[in-house]
Design a protein around this ligand. Structure first.
Ligand code: GLN
Length: 543
């Protein structure tokens, strides 16, 4: 039985308009009014989840506390709302079909012909309402991935139509995001693509209640009137979404446009109170008025697509705002690095981050970057594969095991300092089978990791198959690389650091997945501080 109010966010005209940011901003405003809100994303592709997708396809794979591999928009939801999401917050066409086909194989359709309508649409609706069943939310926002008009989106739009009919107009609102292209030669914003995309949606039986128009220029009253007239909405329900300096401006812009008020009015829902976004605005103030600046190198093999490292980039934005420091990321392709070229590419950087990843491509470049950071005493943070590279580098160049490697890269290495976890050895399926989600870790007092978190017990999210090989731990610790964080139940090494280095930390987990606007991540905060201190020292040396 439905309990919450439902808001669906659809998109038209083109992809990449920022539905995730609009949904997150609306959610933020509703949350700031005292409502309990969550956001879920329904993706039209056939993969069961994005876990097996190459990051070049859709950007990073975002991992939730409960270990779901999800779309990167869930990262925005968490960063804006500061509330964790879960497996139920991200459903794909693949999962819907998988569920239906599994039921069919069990004979649960009692001999019926299984069809898109009603069986697939019923399964979509059941999933729309899954989080509603928890009774935890006043409002559930559902972002429908892709564009209206795509063949893949049709069953989702049809399910929205049915649900709107079943729950009634006071419980379901549809917000449609479109683009108003600006034609320089005509000197005008054009509304025709918006009219077409709304017409398409209406033909599918869904009349949007609110139209959010992405635009580079302000929209005039005449344009608002035109859209209202042709698209069958009230003029106050035409909302301008102007290109913003940062995504974190969007809640404030949506507040000015009264998007939250329009939605609540359509839902006949009491306003509760004016949204309290003071802390958010304070964050924005710091973000926009930095007093310092550092350049940090991000070494990865997918750097051409910044979305592949979305959460890392956002974590730097959060930590930067709290330190009044602008972080400039230098995106460095690890394939371009070797022991010589590393000096040209990394020169002058105030910090080095070696990114997560899989497989052999670019790995030696990452190891060269680690060596540079260790020898030049530049602050270093290695995440997941980045931590594993730090271990391999230390084994080769400090302990002296020239052929040390991870067995992910070299199965025959005589020094497998990183190896497959015991529970991974018999796994053959690729999807959803890594060590995923939140696990506990205990930090050792007196270490840099402990100094960052200020406590012993932490939990962080994971996504990996390989781990530090404990058979070698003693040798590492003797030579100065210590395990400063351990997963207590299985004695897995979660954090390593070099004692005799200003700041050199590697983590097997993904701290970037837990950094939010209201809670910047302690490791990013500490790493950034180390880079700022390093920058100051460098300045003194040069002066
Ligand atoms: N490929 C490594 C592993 O599976 C690291 C994974 C990652 O960086 N997310 O352990």
């Amino acid at each position: 039985m439905a309990h919450a109010k439902h808001i669906f966010v659809t998109g038209g005209v083109t992809s990449s308009l920022g539905k995730g940011i609009i949904a997150s901003s609306l959610a933020k405003l509703l949350q700031a009014r005292g409502f309990s809100v969550t956001i879920q994303k329904f993706d039209p592709y056939i993969n069961i989840d994005p876990g097996t997708l190459n990051p070049y396809e859709h950007g990073e794979c975002y991992v939730t506390e409960d270990g779901a591999e999800t779309d990167l928009d869930l990262g925005h939801y968490e960063r804006f709302l500061n509330v964790p999401t879960s497996q139920a917050n991200n459903i794909t066409t693949g999962r819907i079909y998988y569920n239906v086909i599994t039921k069919e194989r069990k004979g649960e359709y009692l001999g019926k012909t299984v069809q898109v309508v009603p069986h697939i649409t019923d399964e979509i609706k059941r999933n729309f309402l899954l989080l509603d069943e928890t009774g935890k939310y006043d409002i559930i926002i559902t972002e429908i991935g892709g564009c209206v008009g795509d063949i893949e989106s049709l069953p989702f739009i049809e399910a929205v139509r049915q649900l709107k009919w079943e729950l009634g107009p006071n419980d379901v609102v549809v917000v449609h995001l479109t683009l108003l292209p600006y034609l320089k030669s005509a000197g005008e914003l054009k509304t025709k693509p918006t009219q077409h995309s709304v017409r398409y949606l209406s033909e599918s039986g869904v009349q949007p209640d609110i139209i959010v128009c992405r635009t580079e220029k302000p929209i005039t009253n005449d344009i608002r009137k035109k859209i209202a007239l042709f698209c069958n909405v009230h003029i106050n329900s035409v909302i301008e979404a102007r290109d913003a300096e940062t995504i974190y401006d969007v809640p404030v812009l949506m507040r000015k446009e009264k998007l939250d008020e329009r939605v609540l009015a359509r839902l006949r829902y009491p306003y509760k109170k004016e949204p309290d976004i003071e802390a958010w605005k304070e964050f924005l103030g710091h973000l926009k008025n930095p007093t310092e600046q550092v350049e940090i190198g991000l070494i990865g093999k997918y750097v051409e697509l910044h979305d592949a490292y979305k959460s890392i980039a956002e974590s730097f934005i959060h930590a930067g705002a709290y330190n009044n420091c602008k972080v400039i990321i230098k995106w460095i392709q690890s394939e371009h690095l070797n022991e010589e070229s590393v000096h040209t590419h990394l020169k002058g950087l105030k910090g080095i981050l070696v990114a997560p990843g899989f497989g052999e491509r670019g790995i030696e470049g990452k190891i060269a970057a680690v060596k540079y950071a260790r020898e030049q005493r530049v602050p270093f943070l290695g995440i997941c594969l980045g931590m594993q590279c730090a271990v391999v580098e230390f084994a080769r160049n400090v302990i002296g095991w020239a052929q040390a490697n991870s067995t992910e890269i070299d199965l025959e290495t005589p020094r497998p300092v990183i190896g497959l976890m015991a529970e991974q050895k018999d796994i053959t399926e690729m999807g959803g089978t890594m060590r995923l989600g939140a696990y506990s870790c205990e930090l050792k007092k007196g270490t840099k990791a402990y100094q960052a978190y200020g406590k012993i017990k932490i939990t962080e999210r994971h996504r990996h198959r390989y781990e530090f090989n404990n058979a070698y731990l003693n040798e590492f610790e003797k030579k100065g690389m210590v395990a400063s964080g351990i997963h207590p139940e299985k004695e897995l090494v979660e954090v390593i650091e070099i004692t005799d280095h200003p700041w050199f930390v590697g983590v097997q987990f993904h701290p970037e997945l837990k950094s939010t606007v209201m809670n910047p991540h302690p490791l990013f905060m500490r790493f950034l501080k180390a880079t700022m201190e390093y920058a100051k020292k460098q300045q003194q040396v040069e002066a």
